[in-house]
Design a protein around this ligand. Structure first.
Ligand code: DX5
Ligand code: ZN
Length: 338
């Protein structure tokens, strides 16, 4: 798995469809972060690809996550099949003629990431009514239906940054995906517009090309674009970088973790190497992803003071209690000896 900020989802649409099991394994070995699965029903788009049964059969062939991109007219009718097939995220199109909300809710109830996608001609405002239910916004930069088309730069410019705003309710983990014509020539632009997940199709399956190098290049160029386009020249934070927010005795750490996580920020609780408490157990470190460190401080700096004070009071009380118990024991022993 690569470091850096941008993630690469390999679309297998242009792989050898006669050997998809090999294709997903190959994408993983060559450094793809996800597999992007383009499902077409010959109705919403003129083409037909594969469905839930194929996805289910591919699931055991790789460990990386599956992102389903449903270009179908009736996702509500089939969504359970895609959940059962083991998709980690399911994204469908807002341009369908059936209710959208129930399907988004079903995906979320199954604890998978839920997404909506827009064709190039559909304004992002079409997603507004559903924003609270979205984990993913997928911006199409080609007309859905075919791999290998050329990238629509204006669409990317108009939609990618505003797509991020649609996910502002998510402190962590909301994703903007960009799909269509993404390759080494366009990666820097979409990275500079803040795309989190780059769907790369035909560029990965060119005969004689080194897929691993292609993936590394696209990811590096996207990060480069982000660094200079959006982050004032500061290199993007690798997504596996965590920082210690505070260290607390275990029972207080547990409570603090729950409180921080209730706001959508993931927390790792690890035994630290800091101070040893009167009960003989060391403080636990609470780590948060560096990308949300500032937000965590903004939200919880006050509470952190309180937790630390509580910890100190608990330590003093526990130490006093141990001392008193020790004295009682010594007195008992003296009495027994008399
Ligand atoms: C198009 C699909 C894309 C496609 C991208 O309808 O949604 O995922 O595979 O292929 P490229 O990267 O070739 O545009
Ligand atoms: Zn797609």
């Amino acid at each position: 798995m690569g470091t850096g900020r941008a993630r690469i989802a390999a679309s297998i649409l242009d792989a050898d469809l006669g050997n998809l099991a090999y294709a997903v394994g190959r994408a993983e070995r060559n450094g793809a972060d996800r597999i992007h699965l383009d499902v077409m029903d010959g109705h919403f788009v003129p083409n037909l690809t594969f469905g839930a049964k194929t996805i289910r059969a591919l699931r055991p062939r790789t460990r990386i996550p599956f992102d389903a991109h449903l270009m179908i007219s009736e996702p509500g009718r089939y969504v359970d099949e895609y959940i059962d097939a083991g998709c980690d995220s399911i994204t469908f199109h807002v341009e369908i003629d059936e209710p959208i909300e129930p399907t988004l809710r079903r995906i979320r109830a199954a604890r998978r990431a839920a997404g909506l996608s827009v064709r190039p001609g559909t304004p992002l405002s079409a997603l507004e009514p559903y924003r609270e239910l979205l984990d993913i916004v997928l911006v199409m930069t080609v007309e859905p239906g075919l791999g290998g088309q050329s990238f629509m730069k204006e669409i990317a410019r108009d939609k990618l940054l505003p797509a991020r705003d649609l996910l502002s309710h998510k402190a962590f983990g909301g994703e903007v995906h960009v799909d269509g014509g993404v390759n080494r020539e366009t990666a820097e632009i979409v990275g500079g517009l803040g795309a989190d997940v780059l769907v790369v199709g035909s560029a990965l399956w060119i005969r004689g090309h080194d897929m691993a190098r292609e993936i590394r290049l696209v990811r590096a160029l996207a990060d480069e674009g982000f660094q200079y386009g959006l982050n004032d020249g500061k290199p993007p934070i690798p997504r596996d970088r965590w920082s210690v927010f505070t260290s607390l005795p275990k029972h207080i750490a547990r409570r603090a973790m729950a409180e921080i996580e209730s706001g959508g920020i993931p927390v790792l609780m690890l035994r630290g190497d800091g101070q040893i408490n009167p009960d003989g157990v060391r403080d636990y470190d609470l780590l948060v992803p560096m990308s949300v460190e500032t937000l965590t401080v903004e939200r919880h700096a006050g509470a952190r003071e309180t937790w630390l004070r509580e910890a100190e009071a608990w330590r003093t009380a526990a130490a006093d209690e141990r001392r008193a118990a020790g004295e009682r024991r010594a007195a008992d022993q003296r009495r027994a000896a008399d």
